[in-house]
Design a protein around this ligand. Structure first.
Ligand code: AMP
Ligand code: MG
Length: 324
């Protein structure tokens, strides 16, 4: 892979703050952020073409994503503080807001949603974790997981083609080679992967693929749909060659009793989700499916970045708090 930003990474192994970049490094950052802007613009217009209504993001709320149980989570601290006499949290993701908005407001919604997750400092070296990042987060009432996967495949195929034709100069200045793949992507189950690579499959799989692959049936948070009889989970992740997870999505639970039972089983505090549970009890939460695409991970893939912090104008690397 032709990695970009070699200059910037030499000193510490981590991307530097913008005010410490040399002229040459600033030129690379300019190309990265120029491509990044086009990626976001393409995705927004793709979602609008598909009939999704764009909502503005939420940053603080008493309710956020528990990120539990999710084997991929590695939070070292949960940010909670008081405003106006209420405890609020930073958005880990807008999942609960999405479930409510897609039930009460619009049939199809999307948000470019900034998330704050204080990842463990050792995750600075994975090259794919940030403590501030954004998701292209979307949800569709009545949709299936398969429809959501197809939508994402169409978006990624169109995006790579569009960036290839519109950002030639920037790609070439970064020595970036655009990913090559054909759609539909292969679908593998977690069970198959555990048989092939053991429980460490998340680390192993990216080393053995040369095109993106969907993984299904991943036991995790209460809001993903679990078949009550087979206990198979109707959810999915998209894994990229070398880079690992890019997308997480699912068909959702919408029934009060199922959500509550899963919260209790996982030890998630049900009182934090009382509003969602009340709406579900009144039959107001509708079945939906959706996903979240990591925007910076996507840009890093498209630009052949070595570390995800390179694509941010102001890198937010776990364990490293820069002045800017
Ligand atoms: P999740 O719901 O936790 O799977 O997050 C949705 C998507 O956001 C993931 O599939 C990643 O692409 C991206 N993401 C999650 N955590 C981080 C992080 N710490 N830094 C950058 N991107 C992330
Ligand atoms: Mg995930």
């Amino acid at each position: 892979m032709g990695y970009a930003m070699k200059t910037e990474l030499v000193e510490t192994g981590l991307p530097k703050p913008v005010h410490r970049l040399s002229e040459e490094e600033l030129a690379e950052k300019r190309a990265m952020t120029e491509i990044g802007a086009e990626v976001v613009a393409y995705m927004e217009s793709y979602m609008r073409r598909k009939g999704f209504v764009q909502l503005m993001p939420v940053l603080l709320s008493p309710i956020t994503d528990p990120l539990w149980p999710d084997p991929a989570a590695g939070i070292y601290k949960r940010l909670e503080f008081e405003i106006y006499g209420k405890t609020v949290r930073t958005m880990h993701s807008m999942i609960v807001h999405k479930l409510v908005a897609v039930s009460l407001l619009h049939k199809k919604i999307f948000i470019v949603s900034p998330n704050i997750r204080l990842e463990k400092p050792e995750r600075s070296k994975t090259g794919r974790h940030l403590f501030e990042f954004s998701q292209l987060d979307f949800e569709a009432r009545g949709a299936t997981s398969k429809q959501i996967r197809k939508l994402i495949e169409g978006m990624l195929a169109g995006l790579v083609k569009h960036i290839g034709s519109s950002k030639k100069a920037e790609l070439s200045s970064l020595h970036a080679s655009l990913p090559k793949f054909s759609t539909p992507f292969k679908v593998l189950s977690r069970e198959e992967l555990e048989a092939r690579y053991g429980t460490d499959w998340e680390e192993e799989l990216p080393k053995h693929i040369d095109e993106p692959v969907w993984i299904t049936d991943l036991p995790r948070e209460f809001y993903d749909f679990e078949d009550p009889v087979t206990h198979k989970w109707d959810n999915f992740d998209l894994y990229l060659p070398k880079r690992g997870e890019l997308v997480t999505g699912a068909k959702r639970e919408y029934e009060h009793s199922k959500m509550l039972a899963k919260m209790r089983k996982a030890g998630v505090k049900e009182e934090l989700y009382a509003t969602l549970l009340d709406l579900a009890k009144d039959g107001k939460i509708k079945q939906s499916a959706g996903a979240g695409i990591g925007v910076e991970r996507l840009i890093a893939w498209i630009t052949s970045a070595r570390h995800i912090g390179e694509v941010q104008p102001f890198p937010k690397i776990p364990g490293a708090v820069y002045e800017l």
